[in-house]
Write a protein that binds this ligand. Structure first.
Ligand SMILES: [Zn+2]
Length: 78
């Protein structure tokens, strides 16, 4: 039984992620600017070199210390 990420690699599906900032009075300007931005899955590691993958649906961006922003899977395309 293949896992979803293996299917994606096999058929070269593309992941689309949305940048989700936790917006409150502690959110920095940079993260505020990125909020709701759509990112291609292949671009994540290039754009956010400190991002860590939680699972195939979720990355923690780690843009700065104590960053709470996430990249959430929006769509799997063909
Ligand atoms: Zn942040």
């Amino acid at each position: 039984m293949l896992r979803v990420e293996e299917f994606v690699a096999l058929f070269e599906w593309t992941y689309t992620f949305m940048f989700v900032a936790i917006t409150d009075d502690k959110t920095c300007d940079l993260c505020m600017k990125f909020d709701k931005m759509i990112v291609n899955g292949a671009d994540i590691e290039r754009m956010f070199p400190y991002a860590t993958q939680v699972d195939y649906t979720l990355w923690m961006v780690n843009l700065h210390p104590h960053c709470r922003c996430m990249l959430v899977l929006l769509e799997i395309g063909f």
